[in-house]
Design a protein around this ligand. Structure first.
Ligand code: FAD
Length: 522
């Protein structure tokens, strides 16, 4: 274990070695004068007072590096001042930190400046007639939901499963959940942004105004600008959700039904389609006991065929409805949609829940995880987009083999449609119309009760290597690489465009250094 920590120390240049302490002291001496005369509405806290400790870690819990200063900006003008200030130094960089729910230090700034985006004046301005909301980049999606639903009966169209994430943080990646097959990721559901570029300019952008900046920033891994405001598309919020899970022992039946649902004509499918893999066992964390949706439901394992493999598959769907809809019409819609599906008797579970309760489902899991200590434990998560052409092979090699004991948390797998993603935006995807999100959301008790971080990281590497060795068409989602060559490979034929965008909007490479794509002054 000690050897492993040392490895991370070297990998991340953590500020804890004596010679580095001296260097940090020197940096502090250099940076303090830069703030003289800079009139910020927000506040600055310099390293050494312990205040930056949150900014030096993230949800992943494997990367640590203390910044020189944490700036709590009040508005976009403050953000612009900090970016310009950094440009006057030969080495400073600036990381916007949303809610720090990255898992590989992406929102950190080694011996540099962190902008705590949650401190930006909270703003959620709804235009009910236009069904749009202007929200600050540091707003949490859970606050956007609460505000829009409770005051206007409206809600954003596309979500993440967990809502304790900031608007700017998810828009820098994509933001996907079970609604993305209908509306695309969250990056497809904003019409305008206010951005502070790496040049220190505050610009408004959309498809028509500064379009290159708009497309660059969405899915841009924080490389081109800091999102200080986003205009989010809304729709009338339903009152209720019929939430259903169906278990399959055959991966081919699961994918057939999932693909059938996500390719039905617009308005003629469920409102949410996801899926996950569980071990074919009574393990309370990894196995089929996690499938039932209510405490009064139980899973009958005798219904699983004897020849089933080491894992089984659960399709999860949801249908929205309003309190005015007569129950029998909701039943009819559900049964019509499920009509063509290969549902086996005793393998279907369902509940009725309020819409906000449904969207807040991971919040409840968070409370439990915090109570038993696994929320604070390290989370070396792996997220992949894998082409439909390779997903069955992936199932055999990874789910049924490498991961047949599970990952101590959800193993999501569900189809998405490429045509719902505008290719002018920065996120890169596999080829082909249908691809799957695979999310290995490890929740393990801290070592030695659970696997060591090293074991989990090695297993992730083995999975990525398996995809590479078998020539799978795949991309990492929420990618993490340490070398420019790996990033070039990740972006493939989009690399030149990505690089060109960097040269236009952040030529000194001040922004989002934790992604390790471009070194300062590249
Ligand atoms: P941070 O981790 O703080 O930042 C992420 C990156 O964005 C950094 O590079 C940072 O510099 C940059 N950034 C942050 N704010 C801004 C800004 N305002 N402007 C420009 N750049 C900025 N993702 C999904 O798509 N779907 C899910 O269902 C989902 N569920 C999750 C559940 C949990 C429990 C966790 C921990 C993560 C989940 N994620 C999911 C991943 C999540 O979307 C990303 O990690 C996201 O970046 C986290 O948002 P954040 O606000 O914490 O961003």
């Amino acid at each position: 274990m000690i050897a492993y920590i040392e490895r991370f120390v070297h990998e991340n240049d953590v500020d804890s070695m004596p010679e580095q302490d001296t260097a940090a002291e020197q940096d502090r001496g250099d940076v303090l004068p830069l703030f003289n005369g800079v009139d910020l509405h927000g506040t600055v806290e310099f390293a050494g007072c312990g205040c930056g400790s949150d900014a030096g870690k993230d949800f992943g819990g494997t990367h640590f590096t203390e910044p020189l200063a944490v700036i709590r900006p009040s508005n976009s003008a403050d953000v612009a001042k900090v970016v310009r200030l950094a440009s006057r130094s030969p080495h400073l960089t600036v990381a916007a930190r949303g809610n720090g729910h990255s898992v590989n230090g992406q929102a950190m700034a080694h011996r540099s400046l962190v902008l705590d985006m949650k401190s930006i004046e909270s703003r959620i301005d709804v235009d009910p007639a236009a069904e749009l909301a202007d929200v600050s980049g540091g707003a949490l999606w859970e606050d956007v939901l609460e505000h829009c639903v409770s005051r206007y009966g409206l809600a954003p169209r596309s979500w993440t499963d967990y809502l304790g994430l900031t608007v700017g943080g998810t828009l820098s990646n994509a933001g996907v959940s079970g609604q993305a097959f209908v509306y695309g990721p969250q990056t497809e559901n904003v019409t305008e942004l206010e951005v502070v570029t790496g040049n220190g300019d505050v610009l408004v952008c959309s498809k028509n105004q500064n379009p290159e900046l708009f497309f660059s920033v969405l899915g841009g891994l924080g490389q081109f600008g800091v999102i200080t405001r986003a205009r989010v598309m809304l729709q009338p919020a339903p009152d209720m959700v019929r939430w259903i899970r169906v278990v399959y022992s055959e991966f081919s039946d699961f994918t057939r039904d999932a693909e059938l649902l996500v390719t039905r004509p617009a308005g003629d499918s469920f409102d949410y389609v996801e899926g996950f893999v569980v071990t074919n066992s009574d393990d309370p964390v990894n196995g089929w006991p996690t499938v039932p949706l209510d405490t009064n439901q139980s899973f009958d394992p005798t219904r699983i065929p004897r020849n089933a493999g080491p894992v089984v598959y659960c399709l999860e769907v949801a249908l929205h409805y309003s309190n005015e809809d007569p129950p029998f019409t909701v039943d009819m819609r559900v049964e019509r949609l499920m009509g063509g599906m290969r549902v086996k008797e005793g393998m279907r579970f369902e509940v009725e829940v309020g819409y906000v309760e449904f969207l807040s489902r991971v919040k409840r899991a968070e409370k439990e995880a915090k109570a038993n200590g696994i929320w604070e434990a390290p989370h070396p998560w792996l997220n992949l987009f894998i082409s439909k052409t390779d997903i069955a092979h992936f199932d055999r090699l990874v789910f049924q083999n490498i991961l047949h004991h599970g990952v101590g948390g959800p193993m999501l797998v569900y189809p998405l449609l490429r045509s719902k993603w505008d290719s002018r935006k920065s996120t890169v995807l596999p080829e082909g119309e249908i691809f799957y999100l695979v999310a290995l959301l490890r929740f393990c008790f801290p070592y030695p009760k659970g696997l060591s971080v090293q074991e989990m990281v090695v297993q992730n590497q083995e999975i990525v290597q398996t995809c590479t060795n078998n020539g799978f068409d795949f991309k990492l989602y929420l990618p993490h690489y340490n070398s420019t060559d790996d990033w070039k490979h990740h972006f493939g034929n989009q690399w030149t465009r990505f690089q060109g965008r960097k040269a236009s909007f952040d030529p000194m490479a001040l922004l989002a250094p934790g992604q390790k794509i471009f070194p300062r002054n590249w």
